[in-house]
Design a protein around this ligand. Structure first.
Ligand SMILES: [Zn+2]
Length: 196
């Protein structure tokens, strides 16, 4: 590596050690031409940013922890495992793309909520109730009421498929959707599988 002081083409490494829990290498270099010493840090480009907890403490990103959080939210909900994997991949992709040393855990929580909102409303509310720590009970109720106005991803797909068919089919969808929402409201652990 070139000397940053006299621009001599090569410098020699006089010390090399692991840094930041072994995720970086710190090297002391010396220029044989001008005797200047300087330090370089090397780290993997794939390295994840640290997660900044609410307390302000940074901790390494933990994919298992992210997965546990999502699996806790979707417990007994009709969400296929490949959808969970896909959601985790999306969150990790966003985390890598931020190109910052630290990312607040709340931001990661918002990304997870974006994924869950599309997958399953009950799972979304479970997760949001923990992560967003709603200001008060009313704010939480408002969020649930808002969600009840939105069709689930599955209902949206069914509606897209049937949108061009006869009006009777559309009326049937509306009725089935209303029934499903009522059922979900009464028994959060159960849901009808398909709207036809
Ligand atoms: Zn030099």
């Amino acid at each position: 590596m070139q000397c940053p002081f006299c621009k001599a083409p090569d410098t020699r490494v006089i010390d090399s050690r692991l840094f930041e829990d072994g995720t970086q290498v710190r090297r002391r270099r010396e220029c044989p031409a001008c005797d200047a010493r300087f330090t370089t840090f090397e780290r993997s480009q794939l390295q994840m940013p640290y997660v900044l907890k609410r307390s302000g403490t940074p901790e390494p990103f933990d994919e298992d922890k992210l997965r546990r959080g999502i699996e806790h939210a979707i417990f007994k909900r009709p969400v296929p495992p490949d959808k969970v994997d896909h959601a985790i991949e999306n969150v990790i992709r966003k985390l890598r793309a931020v190109n910052e040393r630290e990312v607040p855990s709340m931001r990661i929580g918002e990304w997870v909520m974006d994924e869950l909102r599309d997958l399953d409303h009950v799972a979304y509310v479970r997760f949001a109730s923990i992560y967003r720590s709603f200001e008060d009970v009313n704010a939480f109720r408002e969020e649930i009421a808002r969600l009840e106005q939105l069709p689930t991803a599955e209902a949206r797909r069914s509606q897209m498929l049937l949108i061009d068919s006869e009006p009777a089919a559309n009326a049937a969808i509306a009725l089935a959707t209303a029934k499903r929402q009522a059922a979900e409201h009464a028994k959060p652990a159960k849901t009808s599988k398909r709207v036809k």
